[in-house]
Ligand binder design. Sequence first.
Ligand SMILES: NC(=O)c1ccc[n+]([C@@H]2O[C@H](COP(=O)([O-])OP(=O)(O)OC[C@H]3O[C@@H](n4cnc5c(N)ncnc54)[C@H](OP(=O)(O)O)[C@@H]3O)[C@@H](O)[C@H]2O)c1
Length: 339
Amino acid sequence: MAKNKTLVLHSRPEGMLREENFQVVEREVPAVKQGQFLVRVHFASLDPGIRNLLAESSGYWVPTSLGEPLNTNMVGEVVESQHTDYRPGDLVAGTGALQEYTVFTPGPMTWKIDSGSRLPLSNHLSILGATGLTAYFGLLDVGKPVAGETVLVSAAAGAVGSAVGQIAKIRGCRVVGIAGGEEKCRRVIEEFGFDAAIDYRNKDMAQLMTAIGEHCPNGVDIYFENVGGIQLDAALGHMNSGGRVPCCGMISQYNGEGGAAMHNLFNIVAKTLRVEGFLCHTYSEQFPEALRDLEQWVAAGQLNHREHIEEGITAAPGVFVKLFTGENQGKTLVKVLSD
Ligand SMILES: NC(=O)c1ccc[n+]([C@@H]2O[C@H](COP(=O)([O-])OP(=O)(O)OC[C@H]3O[C@@H](n4cnc5c(N)ncnc54)[C@H](OP(=O)(O)O)[C@@H]3O)[C@@H](O)[C@H]2O)c1
């Protein structure tokens, strides 16, 4: 166990993230302290939000130092433990340094995975992990959908967005997605059951406003925000009075671009909107109940999802970049040491 492939930050990205910003190095397997346990990592998640931790200051969580590993959510098997609740052989989800053998210090995103779960382990990082939980709480707790309302979702073909749309359908809403390109728009309707999809690529603000108006003739009651920039601005222009805007992420701005001038902000006042940011981990006490619902919906065929999995930590830099070019085709994971 001496060699332990680890993904570290090699240089701070300026503008668009590049593969060269990362390096895969070999580190010692970390020592396990009291209250921690060592995990053989099977799958690691690459989340767009990690991009915000690569700057010198993030306004978010603690930024990653140069030469230090990226922190992310992972699933794997406990191989050594100094924690009374976790035993070798347990399957776990948690957060730690992205390496083959990593230490988890239990926190809000750490839990044991039922070894009887019939779903693949990778699902506990995607639809039954932070992705599904983010969609669940962002839509149901922040958005508070009511049957018959219109829900507009950005990055709708992506991991969180596709789940948001399907949960909104389960709640009886009319759902419209915004996604990049014809293929993803087709997927949003045919695979994820949205009522309509808008291809935002090659559309300016005026064209996006027109497209949303055409597809949401009764206005928008909930705009689930994953992207920011002109998509947020155009959506605000179509909100109904008393509308809600759960702010999940703003991926168009993570690479320092997309800070469009906003034209429709006054609608927040005029339409008495509630625009509210949220972070998934703050709901950790309610995770068990949410995971039960999500698992039931998956089993009933009401909640489809895709995983984009590439092999090995060495693939991680390239896969991470794909999140920002739209080349990822579902929840973006690397398979680390699973058999
Ligand atoms: N608040 C929380 O607790 C929380 C937790 C998890 C994730 N999030 C946020 O949720 C959002 C979605 O994350 P995810 O993991 O589900 O990723 P994802 O949607 O599976 O992948 C990201 C997608 O974003 C779109 N995109 C990338 N750059 C863009 C740009 N410049 N303009 C417009 N669209 C762009 C691309 O889709 P197209 O090909 O359609 O453009 C890409 O496929 C992100 O904003 C993320 O930060 C928040």
